[in-house]
Design a protein around this ligand. Structure first.
Ligand code: HT7
Ligand code: ZN
Length: 864
């Protein structure tokens, strides 16, 4: 049936303790000689040798130095079978591959003047023959040979062993990776690379050279990323006691890269957008994203590389855990509350939608057709949330002990989620069997909470019901173990410190929900208290509460948890927009709260900016049963306009008052000031047809954060100077693909149905580069994911545009095409006429898609 099943896992029949590879690198044709040490595992019953190898041109094959006759092996373009081997031997093959023709960006490919690899998940098999599965973990020796003028720098995993001149303009470099490493972490990079570099001594006393490599024109923009590597290394030493384990840590920036970055052992390869930054070309958000992605890949060295995966069903074991770790890193270095807000926006806007849509799947799925389709927000973000739930349940000390045990027990091994849980269970002494359901059960749990207060007796009860809606293939759900944080505020505004009499609150302000219903009961409360829940969003759940608008506003003032203060205002806005609260009282309560925030010069301006940013379209769409696109957008726009009108003077005051601080470079205070100034600018611009402030900010030049925010206002509010501003920005940065992606993203997200015409014009222009994933995301990804009015046009023109482009991209880069197809994940909840139009666009793709990636997604999207 085309599926791989978790239940079918069997251990490898052959072990491969050592690999030697030799590359003769050239863009048109590269030859790869491989020597695999093969050892049969007697426990696996003497199975024939079968290796993966996709589209390789096999030039020679020998066992223990003796060439194999044609009838001794079979190669069908996907697998190599060598029957009759029954003892340890060395298999030597020579293959030819064609990097310049590789538009999939999997295996060995060309990006500009560089040759690079991307092997996760199953790309190594496009380079050479291998048991290409994560539980086969050889040690590696890699020799790279190439013309010195074209490829002066030759990098591979591990430590450098030496270089040699080969004469005739050729040279070679030898690398050794002494750590057992699966093929998905293999990497090489070659080309005219330059570097920024730094040497440090680790806490364990190892001298390590850190290098960031980029093409000469870009190397000046690598310094920030280099600092981020050092911060990540030091943080992992401090917070998790994990050191670095090679003599060098190399990072390479590539303009053509399918995802964000890749954690290859000792040789991370990055999408250039997560490395290159200076104040003139990168926004504050770019700097923070760079730091967090650099940390993510660095932190994989323990959570992913030293301890790797038994099979791809365990993907969240490295991804969810590493997102948890990088999020902690950012929270420790910057504002924990702001980081939590950022994560929860992503969860609510995107992961909850995934969990409620056609592509919903468990954090540990039990089957897949194409593993590339499982690099999802559920595996990453929900996976991280589950680790956070575990952290909340066992506490920081036991969590750290559990992590130490997990790393110690599994170092050099390919582990499973069960082994992760076993380590935590042993360290904390807690039974984690119910907790484990988080990994197997898809869908976002909902908590319905109702209160009852009896003024005569002073009895107060909270009844909490948990429910997880059905998801594809999983109709029935079981109760999860959910840590629910809560606080009660009394009539005097002070927290009620008495614990409930019944309802088993485990720690102050925390109850562990295990059943479908829990009742918490207090007695003798002289006033009805106000309850607040899920502080810091400790559990990734939806809350169904029946507060009145005034209660929400009052709670937002009383609540001590900053995340929840923000969340209560989001709830007020959502209630006003979706009609679940009385619209006028919710709007005026929200407006009053924002007035207080704008008047509060002591509050972090970035936090105030987050409170001004109402729930986005995706978040609102996820919260309704049937999505009426235009009316949702219109209601949101008119609420923002009303709030902006209420506070013009306040917005102007803050905008001007923060100008001096905003000029102070990359300090936290300056970034915060720019965040609030740009939020004020957007609200003010919508009230001013001349967009004078935005025009002035744009004309002033300055940092990219300010220029881009101003340009967004000019373009999105159709300002008189918009076209001229766009042209001057475009011309100023025409040489820079990353900045070009930024203005293309702004054009693609102009909130108007006719923005589709601008997208079509760009597709027909020299700016369009279908082989560059960043450009595809900037134009088509932004349009489909960030332009509700354009993508969801009533005539279906947005859907048709995307479907046509997916068809073309599918033949070039299946992973990029499949990701775009994911933009249709919530099509079934659209109101008519959009639902019919989306279905028609999807059906038009049937029979046309060629890649297993896109075909798998299309089938799941259309399945009833
Ligand atoms: N582990 C990396 C995943 C990744 C990837 C997966 C499929 C195709 C291309 C890819 N590039 C990188 C990224 C990470 O999570 O760290
Ligand atoms: Zn990762």
């Amino acid at each position: 049936d085309g599926f791989v099943y978790l239940a079918d896992y069997t251990a490898p029949a052959w072990r491969i303790p050592q690999v030697e590879l030799q590359f003769e690198l050239a863009a048109e044709a590269t030859e790869v000689v491989s020597r695999l040490q093969l050892v049969p595992d007697p426990a696996q019953g003497g199975e024939a040798l079968v290796l993966d190898g996709v589209d390789l041109e096999l030039l020679a094959i020998a066992v223990d130095g003796v060439a194999l006759a044609a009838d001794r092996y079979r190669y069908d373009g996907r697998q190599l079978q060598v029957p009759g081997l029954d003892r340890a031997c060395v298999l030597e093959t020579r293959v030819r591959i064609r990097p310049a023709a590789n538009t999939r960006l999997e295996g060995l490919y060309r990006s500009g003047r560089l040759l690079l690899t991307q092997c996760e998940a199953e790309g190594f098999r496009r380079i050479s023959f291998m048991a290409d599965r994560p539980d086969v973990m050889p040690r590696w020796r890699i020799v790279l040979r190439a013309a010195r003028t074209d490829y002066p720098v030759l990098l591979a995993n591990g430590n450098p062993l030496g270089t040699a001149d080969l004469g005739g303009g050729q040279h070679e470099a030898t690398w050794e990776n002494p750590h057992p490493t699966p093929a998905y972490l293999f990497a090489i990079a070659a080309g005219p690379l330059e570097r920024v570099t730094q040497t440090l001594d680790t806490a364990e006393g190892r001298r390590v050279e850190l290098n960031i490599w980029a093409e000469a024109a870009d190397v000046a923009r690598c310094a920030y990323a280099l600092g981020a590597v050092e911060r990540a290394l030091r943080w992992d030493e401090r917070r998790f006691g994990r050191g670095y384990d090679l003599d060098v840590f190399n990072v390479v920036a590539a303009q053509d890269f399918t995802m964000g970055a890749m954690e290859n052992k000792g040789l991370n390869i990055f999408n250039a957008r997560y490395i290159l930054a200076d104040e003139a070309t990168a926004t504050d958000a770019d700097f923070l994203a760079i730091e967090s992605v650099v940390a993510h890949e660095y932190l994989h060295n323990w959570s992913g590389n030293r301890v790797t995966l038994r099979d791809w069903f365990q993907l969240s074991l490295k991804e969810g855990l590493t997102v948890f770790r990088d999020t902690e890193f950012s929270s420790d270095l910057h504002s924990r509350a702001l980081k939590r807000i950022e994560v929860v926006r992503l969860l609510r806007g995107r992961q909850f939608a995934e969990d409620a849509g056609a592509l919903a799947h468990a954090v540990r799925p039990d089957r897949y057709r194409e593993i590339s389709n499982f690099y999802t927000l559920t595996i990453y973000e929900k996976g991280a949330e589950i680790v956070r739930v575990l952290h909340t349940l066992v506490g920081d000390t036991a969590f750290r002990a559990g992590m130490d045990r997990y790393f110690a027990d599994n170092d050099g091994r390919a582990a499973t989620l069960e082994e992760f849980l076993a380590a935590h269970q042993a360290a904390s002494g807690r039974d984690l069997s119910q907790f484990a359901r988080w990994y197997s059960q898809a869908g976002t749990p909902e908590l319905r909470i109702r209160e009852h207060y009896d003024a005569a007796s002073g009895d107060y009860t909270l009844t909490v019901d948990q429910h997880t809606p059905p998801t594809p293939g999983q109709a029935q759900k079981q109760p999860l173990l959910i840590p629910l944080r809560f606080a009660l505020y009394g009539a005097d505004g002070a927290p009620v410190t008495t614990p409930p009499d019944t309802g088993a609150a485990q720690a102050p302000g925390l109850v562990e929900l295990t059943r479908a219903r829990h009742v918490l009961r207090w007695t003798g409360l002289t006033d009805r208290p106000l309850p607040a829940f899920n502080q810091a969003f400790a559990a990734p759940v939806k809350l169904d509460l029946d507060y009145a608008a005034d209660d929400l506003a009052r709670l937002a003032r009383l609540e001590r948890d900053p995340f929840n203060r923000w969340d209560l205002l989001q709830r007020l806005a959502t209630g006003a927009l979706l009609g679940t609260l009385d619209a006028e009282s919710a709007t005026s309560a929200l407006s009053d709260a924002l007035a207080d925030l704008l008047d509060d010069d002591a509050a972090d301006p970035a936090f105030v900016a987050e409170c001004l940013a109402l729930p986005d379209f995706d978040t609102l769409a996820e919260a309704v049963d049937v999505v009426e696109v235009e009316s949702l957008v219109a209601r949101r726009e008119s609420l923002v306009e009303r709030l902006a009108e209420d506070h013009v003077e306040r917005l102007e005051r803050r905008y001007h008052a923060l100008a001096a601080t905003a000029r102070q470079g990359l300090s936290g205070a300056a970034m915060s000031a720019r965040a609030l100034r740009n939020a004020c600018l957007a609200w003010l611009t919508r009230l001013d047809p001349q967009a004078a402030l935005a025009q002035a900010q744009f004309a002033a030049g300055g940092m990219m954060t300010e220029r881009l925010a101003a340009l967004r206002c000019l373009l999105h509010f159709d300002a008189p100077d918009a076209a001229a501003a766009l042209q001057s920005f475009r011309d100023a940065f025409a040489h820079d693909p990353l900045v070009t992606d930024k203005w293309i993203g702004l054009v693609a997200t102009r909130p108007h149905p006719d923005s589709r015409d601008a997208v079509l014009a760009l597709l027909a222009s020299p700016w369009w580069k279908a082989t560059n994933p960043n450009r595809v995301r900037a134009l088509l990804g932004s349009f489909a994911r960030g332009n509700a009015l354009g993508f969801h046009r009533r005539d279906g023109g947005g859907y048709r545009l995307l479907a046509e482009q997916i068809l073309g991209l599918d033949a070039l880069n299946p992973q990029v095409a499949a990701r775009l197809l994911g933009s249709f994940e919530s099509w079934r909840r659209l109101a008519q006429p959009q639902r019919g139009a989306a279905r028609a666009a999807l059906e038009s793709l049937q029979g046309g898609l060629v890649s297993p990636d896109s075909r798998d997604l299309l089938q799941r999207l259309l399945e009833d």
